[in-house]
Design a protein around this ligand. Sequence first.
Ligand code: ATP
Ligand code: MG
Length: 201
Amino acid sequence: MSESDKSSRHRQRMQRKKTVVDSAIAQADQDKGLLLVLTGNGKGKSSSAFGMLARALGHGMQVGVAQFVKGRSDTGEEGFFSRQPGVTWHVLGEGFTWETQNLEQDIATAQRGWETVRTLLRDPAIGLVVLDELTYPLKYGWLELSTVLDDLVARPPMQHVVITGRGAPDALCEAADTVTGLTDIKHAFRAGIRAQPGVDW
Ligand code: ATP
Ligand code: MG
């Protein structure tokens, strides 16, 4: 095939592709507050959520963050975002369950935490809410899934919510508009490298 035949076939293929893409874009013509779930064992759940937080702030939106399980108190995301105007930042967890070692306390903390989350989910001025590591209190039964789902359904129609954490329950994924499972293919931790500031926290 001559070079000019190749180039003309490429042009035709791209034209057909453009028609398909343009029509798919034209059909997606609705706006709504999205529920996103970022789950799976791979790295990138919280960092993706905080990437969306930065995007929302870049659009001048007000945002809220609730962190349910707090491994450390000196994360880069908290240090940066909690000082920005338009950010409400709540730390609701008191460390990993194997560190608190007190079930009643964990349940009480999670339920008090959800009361705080409700103030975000009832505020139409907040355009994006990140519920970081929410899957853990759900998994351990410290929070009722049905209560969480009811409050999510009742939120302002244009408010986006991003939920992160491993093992997201099926009913939460069914309720979500976008669900991403991050796959753990390789992680530096298993090669003996500790969590690095700027990458891991
Ligand atoms: P990140 O905050 O980096 O996006 P994540 O939210 O997907 O990670 P978490 O389960 O919340 O993952 O774990 C938080 C910490 O554990 C981060 O320091 C992250 O790099 C590390 N981590 C994530 N996945 C793995 C893994 N598969 N093996 C070891 N460490 C991991
Ligand atoms: Mg995380």
